[in-house]
Design a binder for this molecule. Structure first.
Ligand code: GLU
Length: 299
């Protein structure tokens, strides 16, 4: 048995073939190990989430032949859990308000000093003297809440990519607009849902040390296992987008292709079958080998 797996789409658009391949792989990792698989709707970004994409994304996953074992969880319903986690960190004096704008952070973090990687929060508001903090608070400008990670050095062992080492910056837990931040919600939910193996796109690798660190800071014990799968790219090597033609199930349907055709194409792209070989989901499960995926060239 491998630990429970999940797919956690954000309903900010229609799932494209790259998202669908990641979902298929996450499902295959779990099912090939005989594990549970859950789906979570990550709709905490209230500015970008759209209700119509929630049902559409779930329908596309089902059309591809994926199934899940528990009712779908929505992050917009789970604010109380995130508030509890924030309170627990605050009780450890690990939370502080931050008034920096994006431009200020960009400017400060590009200065050639300090141990943090480019783009990381440089800690400007971490040690504000009390008087200055009070002055900022009085200005009425809303503050984001950041966690004091003290530039922790974290190494995550990725199942496909090997060790990923990074210095964790003081990342955001709650945004200045009041929305919960992705890193907090994802860690709380993976723990609450019993997810032990996180399979997702390689574009999220960069933030993984933060999540592994937060897992520990919240007292959850060892973080989940991680496997970051290659992104499906367009023929020109760029990220999949509308300019690449029909890149959604609906788009493919209008060209006469069924979800089973798309599943075959996605499975073929990771070396599980020939493009014209139409396997049922269960047959793909029987063939799936995570070790093979690590070696396969996923185009
Ligand atoms: N909701 C995120 C996305 O759609 C994925 C989060 C995750 O898998 O950890 O990009």
């Amino acid at each position: 048995m491998v630990p429970d797996g999940r797919y956690a789409p954000s309903p900010t658009g229609t799932l494209h073939l790259g998202n669908l391949r990641t979902a298929l792989l996450a499902w295959l990792f779990a099912r090939a190990g005989g594990s549970r698989f859950v789906v979570r709707v990550e709709d905490i970004d209230t500015g970008r989430s759209r209700e119509r994409f929630v049902a559409e994304q779930l329908a596309d996953l089902a059309a591809l032949g994926l199934d899940w074992d528990a009712p779908v969880v929505r992050q917009s319903d789970r604010g109380a859990l995130y508030a509890d986690a924030l309170a627990a960190l605050d009780a450890e004096r690990l939370v502080y308000p931050c008034w920096c704008t994006r431009a200020e952070i960009r400017q400060a973090s590009s200065a050639p000093h300090g141990p943090l990687p480019g783009g990381a929060y440089p800690g400007t508001c971490a040690e504000l003297p009390a008087a200055r903090r009070a002055e900022r608070a009085r200005s009425g400008r809303p503050a984001a809440l950041r966690v004091r990670a003290a530039a922790a050095q974290v190494t995550v062992q990725d199942k496909l990519l090997g060790p990923v080492r990074s210095t964790v910056d003081d990342f955001v837990l709650r945004r200045a607009d009041g929305d919960w931040a992705y890193n907090l919600a994802v860690v709380v939910d993976d723990q609450a849902q019993g997810v032990g193996e996180v399979v997702r796109g390689a574009d999220l690798l960069e933030t993984t040390p933060r999540q592994a660190w937060l897992h520990g800071a919240l007292g959850y014990g060892a973080p989940p296992a991680y496997a970051h799968v290659p992104l499906l790219l367009g023929a020109d090597g760029g990220r999949l987008a509308k300019r690449h033609g029909a890149v959604t199930l609906a788009g493919r349907a209008s060209h006469g292709q069924s979800p089973a055709d798309v599943r075959a194409e996605l499975a073929a792209s990771v070396g599980l079958c020939a493009p014209d070989e139409h396997l049922e989901p269960a047959e793909l499960v029987a063939r799936f080998d995570p070790e093979g995926l690590a070696a396969a060239s996923c185009g």
